[in-house]
Ligand binder design. Structure first.
Ligand code: KDG
Length: 350
């Protein structure tokens, strides 16, 4: 009698499961559409990764390459499923998902990392990196690695730096040739104190906002301006809702390829080696692709927007206008200004 009752109980639960179509849980994870994407039954490990940029971005193309390398080198024992366009949340949400074990990998900008590891704020300093040579020298050197190591203290395993790129200003109010032209312009920034301070110093009115809300905010004129690399401006179609573009190149933002530390720790060493090899291979692939696309998309944007290319004197005036941001950074007790001093010393030594 007990046996029949148990079987009936099981059948009811199974029926409820089928009727409700409730989300498939796999390793404590919930997928947005209720489907478990790891359709490879041989997989021992399944990595799900989310980013904010769309499928045409260098970041997503680099994730596809990462997937290819990892699945080939592990003979399908590790599978990678990639999501784009903030389908799994914005940068902060995805990093929190890594910490909580609901997601294995993400690639945020360095700016949203700052609330987790303050020292990443060094990358938000305006006009810090004069060129790609200094970017690669710092990111791939001891200072860059020291920052990646700090992520482990907050449950995140920093692998390598990919590239978001040099950020440029777009707006709907007027052509911008100097800092005085951004006065009173409502500009969206990433959720980051230094970005806010930088634009306030120039007389603009900055508003922090997650990436996924930016297009509609400009469309509805909630903000007049934003700043992002040329590739993002083109691929997110910001030219549809923005009239003027200036190549300010005011900040270089890296992406950080990172995993859940908890997930990383339980991987066998041979699989950790495969993942690190894929991260290193895609690092150079990503930066080469990012730099190629940025140059190409600037040319395409010239057909869509009124573009101002600053001369050295104009760019110098922007640098002068944001100098107080450095004074504030060095005087701000809560920030480890030693890292900034190290970075500046190393850049000056090149
Ligand atoms: O995943 C995309 C985000 O990293 C986002 O930060 C991109 O530069 C960006 C922005 O302006 O928010």
């Amino acid at each position: 009698m007990i046996k029949i009752k148990n079987i009936l109980h099981l059948l009811i639960i199974l029926l409820l499961f089928i009727i409700t179509g409730c989300t498939i849980n796999n390793n404590n994870k919930e997928y947005k559409n209720g489907q478990d994407p790891s359709n490879n039954i041989n997989a021992e490990y399944q990595i799900t990764c989310g980013i904010g940029l769309n499928e045409k971005s260098a970041a997503y193309k680099s994730l596809v390459k990462f997937k290819e390398i990892v699945e080939n080198k592990s003979n399908g024992k590790i599978t990678v499923d990639n999501y784009h366009s903030a389908e799994l949340g914005d940068d902060r949400e995805m990093m929190e998902s890594l910490q909580q074990g609901y997601l294995e990998m993400t690639v945020p900008s360095s700016a949203p990392i700052v609330p987790f590891v303050t020292d990443f704020s060094v990358f938000d300093m305006p006009f810090l990196f004069p060129d790609y040579e200094t970017v690669d020298y710092i990111l791939d050197g001891p200072i860059g690695q020291e920052l990646l190591n700090k992520l482990s203290d907050v449950g995140l395993k920093g692998l390598v730096y990919w590239e978001n790129g040099y950020r440029n200003l777009t707006n709907n109010i007027r052509p911008v040739n100097g800092p005085e032209d951004v006065k009173d312009i409502k500009i969206r920034t990433m959720e980051n104190a230094i970005h806010l301070t930088t634009w306030r110093e120039m007389g603009a009115r900055p508003t922090p906002m997650v990436f996924s809300e930016l297009y509609s905010a400009m469309q509805q004129k909630v903000v007049d301006a934003q700043e992002n690399p040329f590739s993002t401006i083109y691929l997110q179609k910001y030219y549809e809702v923005q009239k003027y573009l200036t190549d300010t190149r005011h900040v270089y933002t890296p992406f950080v390829l990172m995993m859940s530390q908890e997930y990383w720790d339980q991987l066998p060493n041979n699989y950790k080696k495969i993942i690190m090899e894929a991260a290193m291979e895609t690092r150079s692939y990503n930066r080469q692709l990012s730099r190629k696309m940025d140059a190409e998309y600037l040319e395409l944007l010239k057909d869509e927007m009124e573009v101002t290319i600053l001369n050295s004197l104009q760019r110098k005036r922007f640098k002068e206008a944001v100098k107080p941001v450095y004074d504030e950074y060095y005087n701000e007790n809560s920030i480890n200004s030693e890292i900034l001093r190290d970075v500046q010393d190393k850049i000056n030594s090149i």
